[in-house]
Design a protein around this ligand. Sequence first.
Ligand code: SAM
Ligand code: SF4
Ligand code: SF4
Length: 334
Amino acid sequence: MTLTDTLNRPLRDLRISVTDRCNFRCVYCMPKEIFGPDYQFLPRAEILTFEEITRLARIFAGHGVQKIRLTGGEPLVRRDLHLLVAMLAQLPDLDLTLTTNGSLLARQARALKDAGLKRVTVSLDSLDNKIFKAMNDVDFPVEKVLEGMEAAAQVGLGPIKVNMVVKRGMNESSILPMARFFREKGYILRFIEYMDVGHTNGWRMDDVVPAAEIIKMINVEMPLEPLDPNYRGEVASRWKYKDGSGEIGIVASVTQPFCRDCNRARLSAEGELYTCLFAVSGQDLRGLIRGGASDKEISQTIERIWNRRADRYSEIRSENTVSLPKVEMSHIGG
Ligand code: SAM
Ligand code: SF4
Ligand code: SF4
């Protein structure tokens, strides 16, 4: 049965964060000053087990979820992730994907594919090592991420999508080199406007490079034309190169909010359900599971939460909302 919220939006997409840990310290997501050596990550016992995740995923699928994306933190730092993929792949008619920083992808690509993963999205903010290292802040080289993408493409986890967060003053100079490189490769590059997620990244509107500016810049050298969305609620707006050499996407959640069609829920690593990326708090599903609730009870809870959902943060974003407390991106995934 299809659920709808107060704005008549269905629940179609579930992002599952499998860990709050990460081996990168991207300045826009997990700045080192906050996520330093003393930062308290979730203890193992508080994180959902693969069985618990799979049980919840099955219940969500019963509510109309058609797509599951594994994320984090960095999902590939969760041990034996391919075993979870294999369990989720048993659920019928699900599009099962993963977003990763690519650092551990080369060695896991084959096992993930064999377990039933369909595609991957790999994040990469620049091809220039100086810029990329300044953004990941752990001295991680571009080449290793490219190796991960290559391995994923080779085992059939394509078409590879590449996520590039654009932050003013850091990597605008990488927009054109990235577009050229991934057009050549046939991967779908998606530019993401820097967002005010969480409260640790010191976001300012001035740091956002608007989607229109990115399109204009690329269009001068490689003419573009808009494409229709693949489906209602698709987050990235699509553009194709006029010469037929592929497409790019833009996630313009700051300058062109898309809350009207937002059909996604997020499950944090410790089993809290968030109905918006910018939510202040989540709803505890782990407590239900570990307290012995039946599938029916959990299902009814999810239904109640979704039915009363009214989130539209990006549409009402203002100077005042930016300073509100919010959950960190690394906690609930992108
Ligand atoms: N660690 C994985 C990765 O980086 O791909 C998965 C989790 S990460 C939180 C998911 C996506 O969110 C990444 O593509 C990342 O670049 C993006 N992201 C993180 N912080 C962001 C921010 N402040 N604004 C826009 N995108 C952000
Ligand atoms: Fe880690 Fe991904 Fe956040 Fe970067 S964006 S710090 S790789 S979780
Ligand atoms: Fe969806 Fe919230 Fe983002 Fe709007 S702000 S698109 S409701 S996650």
